[in-house]
Design a protein around this ligand. Sequence first.
Ligand code: NAD
Ligand code: TYD
Length: 360
Amino acid sequence: MSSMLVTGGAGFIGANFVLYMREKRPLDALVVLDKLTYAGNLENLKRVEGDENFLFVKGDLNDFNLIDGLFEKNGFDSVVNFAAESHVDRSILGPKTFIETNINGTFTLLEAARKHWGPGNGNKRFLHVSTDEVYGSLGEEGLFTESTPYSPNSPYAASKAASDHLVRAYYHTYGLPSITTNCSNNYGPYQFPEKLIPLMIINALNGKPLPVYGDGRNVRDWLFVHDHCTAIEAALQKGRLGETYNVGARNEWRNIDIVNLVCDTIDELVGASAESSKKIPFSGKRRKLINFVKDRPGHDRRYAIDPSKTEQELGWRPQTAFREGIRNTVKWYIENKSWWERVMSGQYLEYYEMQYKERL
Ligand code: NAD
Ligand code: TYD
């Protein structure tokens, strides 16, 4: 039996990871530390609330004393660091919290791990969850590998790049047993409806405009969130210390093609089910809702991951085909309307207005 600290475990990927690990290893102790920002939602963890070996702690990644105490009490064998400000558009509007959480927060967590684990503690694992956005933007050709130079273009990407460098430095300087994963865009259940796919699903369900930035031809490489969770698990088990692993499914899509796919999937699913169509206010061809809007400043053109190292060293493979993953995700949002309705009240709406008032 082991003990794991998961930071940011009430957010999208963190919650999916926690639910997955609880099912897989119910006897292991798991502590979630999360500040519950606008993006953190305890409802995501309902299924494991009250489990004997599970503890939720509301707190900030920058609170050294709190994290120090958690290490003291729980003797963690591993730390998985998801906690972050994660949305590029928010980082453009206000970069400060990105610096505070992503850089200072990761530093604080590293300091706590260093204090408790010391050097030569090779059986411990500090897994830092990062993004492919640290590599910058690709042209028509080429893929990001683990040796692609960092070239971040948004405050979000720059703050994640800085945190990756700190993790690397703690391995080289202090021997902290760390591993970093750099993953492509995720989608799936529990994703906050500010990101492309859930925003399009919910707007399309509600008959609202679908704001596609610029010409809609920016390319992202999409991975179903459960496949990201299995990659993190594999990196924890088999990853070499001090290494970084790129995670992706060789699944490049232009934004406009995804929005079209989401529209068609909803048309088909809502039309096909009397039960779901009762709950959904809009019916009709959803592609008509697509609205090209002003582009994001500094919008990276293309991301694409070469996952060969992760596949070869960790024996990891994604399991979810994209169309199947999108279909299941759309179904999840149809079936969990009350989840996103609650999420979208309050602060989210204020943010939404600020973000889109000049674009629409
Ligand atoms: P998210 O925004 O959905 O969740 C972030 C979580 O961190 C929230 O629960 C939030 O409350 C918590 N948090 C924020 N600031 C905190 C602080 N100061 N202290 C403690 N908790 C805090 O993000 P996500 O999409 O689940 O991403 C998780 C991680 O994965 C991030 O590090 C992100 O950079 C990385 N990542 C995300 C994607 C993606 O497509 N979403 C892709 C690759 C990597
Ligand atoms: P997003 O989900 O914000 O992820 P990231 O910026 O981290 O890749 O955006 C994915 C792509 O979708 C990106 O190219 C921006 C675009 N996009 C839109 O066209 N409209 C939107 O309303 C949003 C949120 C994103």
